[in-house]
Ligand binder design. Structure first.
Ligand SMILES: CC(C)(COP(=O)(O)OP(=O)(O)OC[C@H]1O[C@@H](n2cnc3c(N)ncnc32)[C@H](O)[C@@H]1OP(=O)(O)O)[C@@H](O)C(=O)NCCC(=O)NCCS
Length: 304
């Protein structure tokens, strides 16, 4: 029987990465993304991150994670999981899942979900083309509660210049710019008041150079924002974005979206991914974004 080991050192990442990229065909990662999903997640917990190993070979990997999503609510996730293709259907993933569930229960966690652990996640659910994963989830008592999708934008063949629209807005005292360090307090006010769930993502944009956030200011207040690289850094990952409802319908969101896309284009990305949407017609209109991947979202109650 293989040994259960925890992921506790970054020196284990190269082996884990080659295991992942051999076995998870639609979501290969560079090492920096695996590092971001594991050790760089503030909630990373080696005691919930298991590998089954035999003769130094990884047979199965499963990363559990718990986040405090409200002051009195902690939710669990299976963030990443895979079994080596030649060792499937031997109960290995089930064994690691049971281990993680037992620990989560002992900490009073009532529900667990699969993959969609924002703000730091690889994908917003299970891509149903991983049909074995769908079978595995349903066999283990997970219930599908929602679907979502990702869009893709072709950056190479579009022009995202917004200077004319920005001039028009400036005549109405609405000013669009990249967020600066000195804007933080105003940005935080908007996010705290209207888009609180996205605060961690917006904080992440302030760690990037340049800050990967564009904003709209009216009368000394920030009223709209759009972000990129708040997750899956340097992969063309867009979002989140939001406009104060009182200013919607003026084209502000379209300008802010295009500014982010233009930044990624200048960084030589060919496509941008708009994950976990959202208003599909809006993104189609401003950026000719097309639906590419769908995801099924699963939840399981482990404690009543
Ligand atoms: C999903 C995955 C991790 C399952 O790993 P595993 O070690 O084979 O899972 P288990 O052996 O514990 O399977 C448990 C149950 O899931 C179901 N199941 C798993 N694979 C199945 C298959 N190929 N056909 C039918 N049912 C399947 C079965 O009900 C099985 O129980 P049973 O054998 O008693 O009928 C594995 O198929 C895999 O790595 N897939 C690719 C990566 C992936 O999809 N990752 C998740 C999204 S990123």
């Amino acid at each position: 029987m293989p040994d259960i080991k925890i992921l506790k050192s970054q020196s284990q990442l190269p082996d884990l990465l080659s295991f992942w990229n051999r076995n998870v065909i639609y979501d290969p990662m560079p090492e920096r993304i695996l590092q971001e999903k594991t050790f760089d997640d503030p909630d990373f917990n080696p005691d919930l991150t298991f590998m089954l190993i035999e003769n130094e070979k990884i047979l199965c990997f499963m990363q559990g994670l718990a986040r405090q999503i409200e002051p009195d609510l902690k939710r669990g996730w299976i963030k990443l999981f895979a079994t080596d293709e030649t060792y499937r259907r031997q109960g290995f993933a089930t064994k690691l899942l049971k281990n993680i569930e037992a620990q989560m229960k002992s900490h009073g966690i009532k529900t667990i979900r699969l993959l969609d652990c924002n703000p730091n996640y690889l994908q917003p659910g299970i891509d149903p083309r991983y049909t074995e994963a769908i079978a595995f989830a349903e066999r283990n008592g997970f219930k599908r509660f929602a679907d979502t999708s990702n869009l893709e934008v072709d950056l190479q063949h579009q022009d995202f210049d917004t200077s004319a629209e920005e001039q028009q807005l400036a005549s109405e005292n609405i000013f669009i710019r990249r967020a600066a360090q000195s804007d933080w307090q105003l940005v935080e006010n908007l996010i705290e008041n209207q888009f609180k769930a996205w605060l961690p993502e917006i904080q992440t944009t302030y760690q990037n150079d340049p800050i990967s956030l564009h904003i709209a200011e009216l009368n000394g207040k920030i009223e709209a924002f759009s972000a990129f690289y708040s997750n899956n850094l340097n992969t063309g990952w867009f979002g989140p974005m939001g406009t104060n409802p009182i200013l919607r319908g003026k084209g502000i969101g379209g300008i802010l979206l295009k500014r982010c896309l233009d930044d990624m284009k200048k960084q030589r990305h060919k496509i941008s991914i708009i994950p976990w949407v959202g208003p599909i017609p809006f993104y189609l209109h401003y950026a000719n974004a097309k639906l590419t991947r769908v995801f099924w979202r699963y939840e399981k109650t482990i404690l009543d």
